[in-house]
Every structure is written in C-alpha cells, then in structure tokens.
Ligand binder design. Sequence first.
Ligand code: GDP
Length: 493
Amino acid sequence: GPDPLAKVPDPSDRLLGGLLSPDFDESSCLSRYNAALYRRPSLHAVSTYLVSALRRYESLHRRCGPGTPGYARAVELLRANASASSSSSGSCSYAVWAPIEGLGNRMLSITSAFLYALLTDRVLLLHSSGGGGDLDGLFCEPFPGSTWILPAAPGDTGFPIRGIERLTDRYHHQSLGSVLRRGEDPGAAPWLYVHLRHDYTKDSRDQQFFCDDVQARLGAVPWLVFRSDNYFVPGLFLVPRHEAELARMFPRRDVVFHHLGRYLFHPSDTVWGMVTQYHDSYFASADERVGIQVRRFYWAPISTDDLFAQILNCSQREDILPSVGVPAAKGGSDGQQPAKQKAVVVVSLHGEYSEKLRDLYQGHGGAAGGQEAVSVHQPTHLGSQRSGEQQHNQKALAEMVLLSFSDALVTSAVSTFGYVGQGLAGLRPWVLTSPVDRKGPGMPLPCRRAATVEPCFHAPLDYDCRAKAKGDAGRRVRHIRHCEDFPRGVQLV
Ligand code: GDP
C-alpha cells in the first residue's frame, strides 16, 4: 500500500519541500534556511504545482521588479496616465500593497495580495512609508535577486501615484467601486485603488472585485493598489476564473497561509536574534512546548480573573497542561527528575496571566505526583499596541514566530496575531471562546479545537455575483465555511 509518510517532507529539508528558492545567499538572511531547524516539520505537503508557480513568479519578479527596464516602462506609462491599451503585451503589471492595522492583519493581507499576484501574473510590491517604521527591519526579501519594496523617490520624479498612504477611502475617485458606480469600464484605467478594508461590504460595487466579469477587466489594468485589513484569500477562491488554478496549487485548501506565510515571511536578522534567544532560554531543553496567546479586545471585555480561569480550564481540560496535584514533598520523590519537562510560553500585551500560571505551577509538583514539570515564560508584556514603532513590531513578530515553534497552541478568538502563529506552525489551535457578557468561560466550553489551520476572513463579501443579489459567502462551496471563532467570517477548511 502507499506509504503514509511518503508525502511528509524530510525534517532536515531547509527548503521546506521545495517551497523556498535555493537561490539565496545564506548569509543574506539567517532565518530563511534555519527556521526549519526550530519549527516542527510540516505535516502538510507542498504541491509540485505550487512550487513551479512560485519559481515562475520569482522569474517574473526578477524581470519586472524595481530597477528593471520593464518597471521603468510601467512607471513611465503610469506617469503619462496611459491606460492599458497603450501598453504592449508582455509588459509588466503590479499589485501594490499598502499597510493598515496591526502586524497580524498586515501579514494576512500581504499574503492575500501575493496570492492574487500569483494568480494574475502581477508583481507584488509593498508600499512602506518609511518614517512610520511600517515594515522596516521586520522581514528579509522573499524573492531572489530583487526587492518587494516599492521604491520611494520623493520629488517630481517620484512614484506617480501620490499619497498612497492616504488612500483609505472607498469613495476615492480611482477606487474600483467608484469606477463601477460611475458606470465606467474598470479595464480602461491606468491604475485603480482596490479598497478591501472591512467597510467594503457596505456597497456591492466595492465587493465586485470578487466577481468574474470585473476580474476579467482588471487584467488590463497595469497598477492595482490594495488596502485591506483582512485575509481575503477565501474570497479569491470564490472567483470562478481562479478556481482551477487554485485547486492545482492547493489540492488541500486548508493550508494556504501555512505555505504562503512560510514562503514569504522570513524574520530579519534582528528579529531572528530575538526568536533564537527566546527559544534557547524557554523552549530548547523542554520535551514539550506549549504556546498560549492571550489577546484582549475592547469589544469583548472580561476580567483578568475570569480570563485566567478560562485559560486554565481550557488547558487542563484538553490535557495541554497538567492538573495541579498535591505540592511536591521537599526533595521530590528521592530527588528524581520529573518524567517530562513542559515549557509554556505565554505571549500577551499583559503580564498577569503568565504570572498567575507560574505561581500555580511553581509551588506544585505538577500532575500525578510530579510526572510533569511545568515552566512558564513570557518574552514581553508591552501593555498596549503601538503598531507604528519598529521595535514594537519586531517584538511582536518575534513572538508570533516563537509561537509557531510550539507543539500545542492555545490562542485567542478573532486575533490575527494568533492566526499567524498557528498558520506558520501548521497547527489547529485550541481557541479560547470570545467572552459573552463579560464572562470568558462562555461556559460550558472554555475553548474549542479550531476546524482549520487557516485564518478567518473576518469581512467576507455578502454579494453573490451570479445572482446579482445578497448572498452568503459561507454557503456557496463546501470548502468555505463560517468561522467558529467569528461566525460572520468565512474560512477555508
Ligand atoms: P490582532 O489585533 O490580535 O488581530 O493582531 P494584530 O497583530 O493585527 O494587532 C495587534 C498588535 O498589538 C500586534 O501587531 C502587536 O503590535 C501588539 N500585540 C498584541 N498582542 C501582542 C503580544 O502578545 N505580544 C506583542 N509583543 N505584541 C502584541
């Protein structure tokens, strides 16, 4: 019979089953080929079709990326405000990504824009406004021999689309929705702003980005600027013209972010330094690594005590942490080592949860007369979100990556920070249910095993292109369902 392990990539495979290009100089980015030594080997095979699509993309990016004649020509046409008809076939076209919201949201929307670029032969470029520290110092270049950063050139000779950082309004004159509202042909525009911020669902015209006929026209637009705080990948799976290609790239649809995220996001040497330091001091000597991500949202208030009770309840009930037995007698059982060392890393803006957990496990021998020794760690507790600051974002990234080294994960519902950790790990986490009426233990279920490794698309379209009417994106196809942690959203399963 077929060997069930045949598809499992070799754990020592630094190229992640062909996902990564071998064309990089190792010293250009320490994490790129070394992350495989820290993370559990992926259980999810990469399709050869995806591998060849990525290699094809890389050569496109090399040919059309900044600094190439193709790029210069495309910028020139844009400056002349020339529409697609004046550009020749074989010319380069682009998907420009602009940041919004926290780092988790950004990584999910970059991944979505990249998948769109893969599907439509566009080159992905990131608009990093520089001064705000948006993505500065966070990631290595993902594409060999080129850059994914949109060059910033101030002055009259700069990039012709002015004020990308201020493009946030779906009513902007150049937004796809506005063009459709005016009854114009989107295919005739030299560039368009694709507004996919969560409020795009207010008007069907903004949602028509996900319609087949509009997609057909967009192929003629050389420059698309995206702004989204969402993981809009599931929406791309609803576009008929991309269906066949997506099915070949992802025979298993529930690991899109797992593969593309590990392909794109290689922490910079600075961030990697933090990651390996945390790993060496918390995880390295443990038999089992547990990651617990605690995120609190203002719209779902809960007291510290209730949330702590929920975390403990979940972890013990699911056998992630041992129940606390009697205090170990002084000297233990003849000074014997416990059978198992369990290391818990809590990541949170708040320090209370790891403190309480540490207090609980420190004074006790752990479960079953000290069979498990539990140590509790937390890299930082920064108090509040400051997504404009470089060091703050570097710490956040380091913690997401550290989470992804876990053997078991507990995450907070609706948090994109948690989605990135679980996605990079390739694990289905236990998700702490959102508090209802200030009570976490949304009892009797403190947490639920996630149905999928995939992130949730929080603001899916509610427009059915074929019916030209409202329609539920979670009921269209078998492999896209409403999210358990956020029922309004949809996800690939
Ligand atoms: P989400 O708001 O949970 O969906 O995640 P985002 O990553 O989009 O935004 C939250 C931001 O708050 C992060 O990017 C960090 O800047 C900060 N943050 C939230 N939780 C943590 C944490 O556990 N550790 C660190 N270092 N930062 C955090």
